[in-house]
Design a protein around this ligand. Structure first.
Ligand code: AKG
Ligand code: FE2
Length: 300
C-alpha cells in the first residue's frame, strides 16, 4: 500500500464539495463521497489513522444491518411514547427536546442517555468494534461515555412548522469540557446513522482539518450554536442507514436544515462520545450545563 499516495489522495484540498452544492453530480450514486470510506474491522489500519489524523473525521460503511436499524427505530418509538406519557423534562439533567411530527403527534427530537432506558441501546454500546476506535486517540483511559456527557444521544430532525429540531448551529463537541470546568481532553464523537442522508437533504457538515488548529480556532472560529452560515470549506457526508462516522471533539461541524419539508426531511442519528480524562458521570441529580441548555433552546 502506497501510504504517501494515499495521504495525497485524502488531503483536504482534494475535496471538491462546494457549500450548497449537492456534493454529488447528477446521475452518480447519491451515496458516493469525494473522500474515501472504510470498513470497521478488528483493528484500525494505518490508512484509517492517517486519514483521521489529517481530517478529524472518518466514515465507516455498514456498521449495523438494515434489520438492526429498523429494530432500533422501533425501540426508540417505544421509549418516546413512555417519555411523552410520563412528561419527562430532563434525563440526568439533560433537557429533552420535544416537537411535533408530520402527523401532529408529539415526539422526542433529542433523547439523552437513551442507553440507560433500553437494553437494546445498551447492548449496542457493548459492540466490541467500538473499542477499536480508541486507537484514534491512543490513550490508556479511553472509554465509551455510557454515563458521562449526554450518554448515547438520539437525534430526530424533521423540517416542519411544528418541529423543534431541524438544524444545529456550528459548534465543536469539545467545548463541553469547558462548560464542565474541565481541561479539554481528547474525545471522539461516534455517529450511528439510522436514515439515509444525502447532502442535498441537509445533514452533517464538517470542516475537515479544523480539529488541530489550536484553542483559538476551537473557541472563536464561529459563533457557537448561533451561526448556521455555510462555510467555503465545509463538506457534507452522504451516509446510508447503518453507517458509522467518527469526528474529533475539536472538529467544527453543524447540521444543515433540509431544503425539503415533511417526511423527506426526516433524519435520525445517534451519537456516543469516546472519552478520556477525569471520570465525570451524570445521574438524576445532575444539573443542565450551559451547552445542554443551548442545544435545547436554539436550533429550531
Ligand atoms: O446530527 C448530527 O449529525 C450531529 C449532531 C451533533 O453535532 C451533536 O449532537 O453534537
Ligand atoms: Fe456535535
Amino acid at each position: 500500500m502506497d501510504l504517501n499516495g494515499l495521504k495525497e489522495g485524502v488531503s483536504t484540498a482534494h475535496f471538491t464539495n462546494e457549500p450548497n452544492e449537492n456534493g454529488h453530480a447528477k446521475g452518480k450514486d447519491p451515496f458516493r463521497n469525494d473522500y474515501p470510506v472504510f470498513q470497521l474491522a478488528e483493528k484500525l489500519t494505518p490508512e484509517q489513522k492517517i486519514f483521521f489524523d489529517k481530517n478529524g473525521f472518518i466514515h465507516f460503511k455498514n456498521f449495523i444491518s438494515r434489520e438492526k436499524v429498523a429494530d432500533l427505530l422501533k425501540e426508540s418509538e417505544a421509549i418516546q411514547n413512555e417519555w411523552v406519557n410520563k412528561d419527562y423534562k430532563t434525563i440526568n439533567g439533560v433537557p429533552i427536546k420535544y416537537g411535533t411530527d408530520v402527523n401532529g403527534k408529539k415526539i422526542v427530537q433529542r433523547f439523552a442517555f437513551i442507553n440507560k432506558h433500553s437494553e437494546k441501546f445498551a447492548e449496542l454500546l457493548r459492540d466490541a468494534r467500538l473499542k477499536n476506535l480508541f486507537d484514534f486517540i491512543g490513550a490508556d483511559d479511553c472509554r465509551i461515555g455510557e454515563n458521562e456527557k449526554d450518554g448515547l444521544v438520539f437525534n430526530h430532525y424533521i423540517n416542519t412548522n411544528e418541529s423543534n429540531y431541524s438544524q444545529l448551529g456550528w459548534h465543536t463537541d469539545a467545548l463541553r469540557d469547558i462548560f464542565q470546568g474541565q481541561k479539554i481532553m481528547p474525545m471522539l464523537n461516534v455517529g450511528i446513522h439510522l436514515d439515509n442522508s444525502t447532502t442535498d437533504n441537509g445533514g452533517l457538515r464538517i470542516i475537515p482539518g479544523t480539529h488541530n488548529k489550536g484553542i483559538g480556532t476551537m473557541l472563536f472560529k464561529k459563533a457557537y450554536f448561533i451561526s448556521h452560515k455555510p462555510d467555503k470549506k465545509e463538506i457534507g457526508l452522504n451516509v446510508e442507514a447503518g453507517d458509522l462516522t467518527v469526528h474529533d471533539g475539536r472538529l467544527w461541524h453543524r447540521v444543515a436544515r433540509s431544503p425539503f419539508t415533511g417526511e423527506k426531511s426526516r433524519r435520525r442519528v445517534m451519537y456516543v462520545p469516546i472519552i478520556t480524562g477525569k471520570f465525570n458521570p451524570r445521574n438524576e441529580n445532575s444539573k443542565p450545563l450551559l451547552y445542554q441548555r443551548l442545544i435545547s433552546i436554539t436550533n429550531k
